[in-house]
Ligand binder design. Structure first.
Ligand SMILES: NC(=O)c1ccc[n+]([C@@H]2O[C@H](COP(=O)([O-])OP(=O)(O)OC[C@H]3O[C@@H](n4cnc5c(N)ncnc54)[C@H](O)[C@@H]3O)[C@@H](O)[C@H]2O)c1
Length: 330
């Protein structure tokens, strides 16, 4: 079955979604962007219809799904518009920069009766998904502690970082909302929601911006104690998530493309390869999942409620860093 899909925003991630939805062979695509020259370039490159804004795109046709790839502060308004038009929605991370509009989204999803999900792509990293399945099997006993160590040189991967949403918290910028949110959501997916946290964050290195590029968080997810250390200036592009359980440990190492188990009594880690041939492969899997969701099938996509919880994490981390106080997430 071919689905009519509109991609809103054809910047960095929007173009990737466009390319990856095309690669599923299950979708007929259109794009829109408020930047006329970018819109012309992308619609020509992929031979798809282009519209100057969401209203024009929705007025011109009907869509089964809308993929929202504009900056975070615009996500919920566009999602509500799309749902009212009768489309399902896949919303890029983070869900929003504010909690206020979440109820409007919930009401619009309920009224439309359409599928809605959030594009936290760690759900489609094979090593993370395998580790989650393993943990759910319960053979290592109860998770007790999680440690996350992650970082990369953001200017290498996003040379335009000074000219995009990244420069301001209000538009979804800074390390907390841009990068930490991915691993915070992944940890919540692995061991449950964060209830309390304390965050230190600072601008340490990135030139031309003032938002934080370095973060340390101590958190509590139910009975599990969690620590995060993340920066966006270090040379190595690495992410390690370790979950220590009562009877052993399990670890995901993104840079090694593997996950590993160390049971109590073992003399070393047992490694399992979990290769990702290219970054697009994750987004093709995610696109298939969204199309499955539109067809009413179960998916591994991040749900709206899981993303609301991670939005609360983001906002609590920002507030804790600002005030120096520990925050409770209700
Ligand atoms: N999942 C991931 O790995 C990943 C990676 C990068 C970005 N993102 C997220 O995706 C979103 C976009 O990031 P990006 O890097 O593509 O940014 P970007 O600046 O490269 O692209 C955003 C595009 O949206 C357009 N736009 C802005 N307002 C619009 C509107 N109202 N209607 C239509 N188009 C509009 C802009 O003109 C721009 O072309 C952010 O929320 C970001 O956090 C996710």
């Amino acid at each position: 079955m071919s689905h009519r899909i509109l991609i809103v925003g054809c910047g960095s991630i929007g173009e990737r979604h466009l390319r990856c939805f095309q690669r599923t062979g299950r979708a007929e695509l259109a794009v829109c962007d408020v930047n006329d020259s970018l819109l012309a370039t992308v619609s020509q490159r992929y031979q798809v219809p282009g519209f100057r804004d969401v209203g024009a795109a929705l007025a011109a046709g009907s869509y089964d799904g809308v993929v929202i790839c504009s900056p975070a502060h615009t996500h919920l308004g566009i999602a509500v518009q799309a749902l009212r038009h009768g489309a399902g929605v896949l919303i890029e991370k983070p869900l929003s920069t504010r909690i206020d509009d979440v109820d409007a989204l919930r009401s619009a999803v309920a009224a439309a009766g359409k599928f809605a999900a959030v594009a936290y792509v760690y759900h489609f990293i094979p090593g993370v998904a395998a580790m989650r399945e393993f943990l759910r099997g319960g053979s290592l006993g109860r998770p007790l502690q999680v440690s996350v160590v992650a970082g990369q040189h953001f200017p290498t991967f996003r040379p335009a970082y000074r000219e995009i949403y990244y420069t301001r918290h209000e538009t979804g910028g800074g390390a907390i909302q841009d990068a930490l949110t991915h691993v915070a959501n992944a940890v919540e997916w692995l061991v449950g929601p964060t209830g309390r946290l304390c965050c230190e964050a600072a601008h340490q290195a990135l030139e031309g911006v003032e938002v934080e590029d370095t973060v340390c968080v101590a958190a509590r997810n139910g009975d599990v104690l969690v620590s995060y250390t993340l920066n966006q200036f270090q040379a190595p592009n690495e992410v390690t998530i370790q979950v220590h359980c009562a009877d052993g440990s399990v670890r995901y190492e993104g840079h090694e493309q593997r996950w590993s188990v160390f049971r109590r009594g073992d003399s070393g880690w047992t490694h399992y390869a979990a290769p990702v041939a290219e970054r697009d492969a994750l987004f093709v899997s995610q696109a298939h999942a969204f199309l499955d969701g539109l067809e009413g099938k179960p998916t591994a996509l991040c749900t709206v409620e899981e993303a609301v919880q991670t939005l609360k994490f983001n906002l609590a981390a920002l507030e804790s860093a600002r005030t120096g106080k520990a925050m409770t997430i209700p």
